[in-house]
Design a protein around this ligand. Structure first.
Ligand SMILES: [Zn+2]
Length: 540
């Protein structure tokens, strides 16, 4: 049989302005050889025609620039979130709408566990619940002689029972930042950010690494991605021990439907993280791209742990928590820039964005150099001035558009107020500043689904169906560009993926509808029928 396959479709939307739409694409050795009509590859030799996509619309494989591998394996814990959610196998989990439903759901889950296993829930979000704040008292009702932990949907906070607090010795005398105490001086069970949470996670064996690096976890992630039309995805805070990399290299073979970009979480000694990133870069393959690092600066806005500029939070909540102190952010930026290592920097609050830009500017003053493409991630409160600075410094941005729908109403009422909420996730300002932008889900914080994410950036609807900040809406074509070429750019993969162009990888999303011709309000519902990865068809 010929080694050239010509795929036919109702329409290939190429995202390449030179040939925006074609009906046929020829593939050889996993790469795009030619495109146009049925005869497009005839001059290259004998061809084989594949009509499996003939009734579909095809786009470049979607690119998710900020997600976490545990989006697959986190389902081994009890889902106790507010929103309905689909698991990797396609099962629907109903959202839990009040505190007692959460406690009941967790108790039911506990009955199915062995007695020595900790009871762990995830996806919880008290900002949607009218009832009093969840505390150890509620969790003690489920059990007082085994540990219980509920991880919040943002993965920046958790609540644990009294037994778990005792296991790590958190009591009225603890002065660890983020261990929240009641007026009586005793811990409430709520733990905010990494310094407070890590001891519990260690003792309970809640291990983001373990949720990310087993073969099952990687395969579950691929399943989640495939359902969403994604062919290239990140794992944007990975510990990547040597054993983990061996496992990932073994799983991500030619048949694997996904390219993974794991990004090394760097919280600590800059030199050793830079050394490790360089070592990892050398082990990269087509399907596994390593070498970048992730910095975690502040927390989450809906958890009131993001660092925000004046006037701070509504209701006078304290101004957030640094997961990495500004001084260390400066050191990390200086080292990575000096070594030519790309950084992805988590910035939710505008103060975190400002400090990170200051640190990048200082690093560039020491080691000027172009093409670093450091990426600010989330960028939720970045205003025009911060985007202009990011552009001046040669950075790009990946914006958390899903937040508008999931938390927009809460940001108006409870965290930032109308004025700042209306300019959250300001994709229009970012484009106007001349930046390359991507849009993301941060799965499993919100569900993976680039069409939903694009829909959020286009329509800016909240859960109560109001339009939040219409001045920041994108057009459909701008949003589709952001979830393909824009995201590829932030990963320095734009020469290889992101559009259907000769020479690029034959990575496609197979669709049941044409996102460029439907009502923009229907964008989130475009059916994904499967993907093509390196020329191999993976139908759902
Ligand atoms: Zn994240």
């Amino acid at each position: 049989m010929s080694n050239i396959t010509v795929f036919a479709a109702k329409k290939f939307i190429t995202m390449d302005p030179n040939t925006p739409e074609v009906t046929h694409v020829a593939v050889r050795d996993g790469r795009i050889l030619a495109l146009g009509g049925k005869e497009c590859a005839n001059e290259w030799g004998s061809v084989h025609h594949d009509d499996r996509l003939a009734d579909t619309i095809v786009m470049p494989g979607l690119v998710e620039g900020h997600a976490h591998m545990m989006a697959g394996a986190v389902w081994k814990y009890a889902y106790v979130g507010y929103h309905d959610r689909i698991d990797p196998s396609g099962n629907l989990w109903r959202g839990l709408k009040d505190g007692s439903a959460v406690v009941a759901g967790l108790a039911e889950f506990a009955d199915r566990l062995d007695f020595d296993e900790p009871i762990v829930g995830w996806g919880f979000d008290p900002i949607f619940l009218a009832s009093e704040r969840l505390s150890r008292i509620h969790l003690d009702e489920i059990s007082s002689d085994r540990p219980i932990a509920i991880i919040f949907s943002n993965f920046h906070l958790m609540c644990v029972n009294s037994y778990a607090l005792e296991m790590v010795g958190y009591d009225q005398h603890s002065n660890v930042e983020g261990v929240i105490k009641a007026p009586d001086g005793l811990p409430t069970g709520e733990l905010q950010e990494m310094a407070a949470m890590f001891p519990i996670m260690r003792r309970l064996g809640i291990d983001f690494r373990g949720l990310s690096q087993s073969p099952d976890a990687i395969l579950a992630y691929a399943q989640v991605a495939q359902r969403a039309g994604v062919t290239t995805i990140t794992d944007l805070f990975s510990s990547m021990e040597d054993d983990d990399v061996d496992v990932m290299l073994r799983i991500t073979n030619d048949n694997f439907p996904l390219r993974i970009v794991p990004v090394l979480g760097a919280m600590g000694d800059p030199v050793s993280f830079a050394d490790k990133a360089e070592r990892l870069a050398k082990r990269s393959t087509d399907k596994l791209r390593m070498g970048a690092v992730k910095l975690m600066t502040d927390g989450s806005i809906q958890g009131w742990t993001a660092r925000v500029r004046w006037p701070g939070y509504l209701g006078g909540q304290p101004n957030g928590i640094w997961n990495t102190e500004p001084e260390m952010i400066y050191s990390l930026c200086a080292e990575m820039q000096a070594r030519g290592i790309q950084m992805h920097i988590h910035v939710n609050g505008d103060q975190a964005a400002e400090v990170s830009l200051d640190a990048i500017q200082a690093a560039l003053a020491l080691n000027p150099g172009q093409g670093h493409r450091h990426v600010l991630q989330h960028c939720q409160m970045m205003d025009r001035d911060l985007y202009e600075r990011a552009a001046e410094l040669g950075c790009c941005v990946n914006i958390f558009s899903n937040h508008i729908w999931y938390f927009g109403d809460q940001h108006v009422a409870l965290t930032l107020g109308e004025g700042r909420a209306a300019r959250m996730d300001a994709a229009r300002s970012a484009l106007d500043a001349g930046l390359h932008i991507a849009l993301h889900s941060d799965a499993p914080v919100t569900p993976l689904g680039p069409f939903f994410t694009a829909w959020c950036a286009v329509n800016r609807r909240t859960m109560s169906d109001r339009v939040l900040g219409s001045a920041q809406c994108l057009s459909v074509s701008e949003a589709l560009y952001a979830i393909t070429m824009g995201a590829a750019y932030t990963l320095k993969l734009d020469a290889e993926i992101g559009s259907i162009s000769v020479g690029k990888r034959a990575d496609f999303a197979i669709l049941g509808d044409d996102p460029t011709s439907i009502d923009p309000m229907a964008l989130k519902d475009v059916p994904v029928l499967g993907t093509v990865s390196g020329g191999r068809v993976h139908l759902l």
